[in-house]
Design a protein around this ligand. Structure first.
Ligand SMILES: Nc1ncnc2c1ncn2[C@@H]1O[C@H](COP(=O)(O)OP(=O)(O)OP(=O)(O)O)[C@@H](O)[C@H]1O
Length: 263
């Protein structure tokens, strides 16, 4: 591990950024000299103004975005060196949750969760929609973990936004990930449902020791549920510490004095 990386991570280190920069093709410098070390089982909220670089940061971890320079390791694998089959299998080990759920709404909850198994199955099984018994058990267990087992045979478009986000979470769990990246997972939910979904994340984090990184605009939720907060401003990390260390001063720095708009 590089000596210049802040030792904030607890437990076994699973994600390591060393002097990472990301410059988009249009020349925009979105991540600047990022040094970060993240341990297995941490629950981290990434906060910052719109356009600060939060999505770019988490999307480099599963190589949805390539970094421009520096080094990025996940479980000691140099992420930038991955290609083809190895890259696809690496991505499957990392769950990704989006604000928009990304579900097939005109089919059942169970079928959506089972799609997590598709990459591992022979084509004939996926074409016929025939999954091994173990896959059904995994999918039903994942639904149970997020409290919507009773909805397994409901169509997704009959569910509320919060329930749909839980289906997305169950689909990710059925992939058996060690890391979950969530990009604004509660942004389109009402405050009560947003809390319930944050509780789901916390539960799977604690019970399954899955590392969770969440980009989030709701500062109060970030402080309530995350153990560690990373503040990003103009592509740089300006705060990295425990939620209890996040003071008004820290928030004013992260949000450039526009704190009232953030909380
Ligand atoms: N494909 C792209 N090409 C060029 N610039 C981009 C691209 N994607 C993002 N950016 C720019 O990079 C910066 C960081 O974007 P990013 O989406 O990471 O911010 P964010 O903090 O997640 O914002 P939000 O909270 O609004 O989602 C923004 O200025 C954005 O316009």
């Amino acid at each position: 591990m590089g000596a210049n990386v802040k030792e904030k991570a607890k437990g076994v280190k699973v994600i390591l950024f060393e002097q990472v920069n990301k410059i988009y093709d249009n020349g925009f410098h979105a991540l600047k000299d990022i040094n970060l070390s993240i341990g297995q089982g941490e629950f981290i909220a990434i906060i910052g103004l719109s356009g600060a670089g939060k999505s770019t940061l988490i999307r480099t971890i599963n190589r949805m975005h390539n970094i421009t320079d520096g080094r990025l390791f996940v479980n000691d694998v140099d992420v930038n060196s991955l290609k083809g089959k190895k890259l696809r299998s690496f991505r499957r080990g990392i769950g990704m949750i989006f604000q928009s759920f990304n579900l097939v709404t005109r089919t059942t909850v169970l079928k959506n969760v089972l799609t997590a198994k598709v990459p591992d199955l022979p084509v004939w099984r996926t074409v016929l929609g025939i999954f091994p018994k173990k896959d059904y058990i995994d999918a039903l267990e994942a639904l149970e973990k997020v409290g919507i087992l009773d909805k397994a045979y409901s169509r997704v478009d009959q569910l509320s936004g919060g329930q749909q986000q839980r289906v997305a979470l169950a689909r990710t769990l059925a992939q058996n990930p060690r890391i979950i990246l969530a990009d604004e997972p509660v942004a389109s939910l009402d405050p009560v449902t947003a809390k319930q979904v944050m509780q789901d994340f916390k539960k799977i984090n604690k019970e399954m020791n899955i590392t969770v990184l969440i980009n989030i605009h709701h500062v109060e939720l970030a402080l309530q549920y995350a153990d560690r907060v990373i503040g990003i401003k103009n592509g740089s990390i300006v705060f990295d510490g425990s939620s209890s260390e996040v003071s008004t001063e820290v928030l004013n720095d992260i949000y450039g004095g526009r704190l009232e708009e953030a909380v």
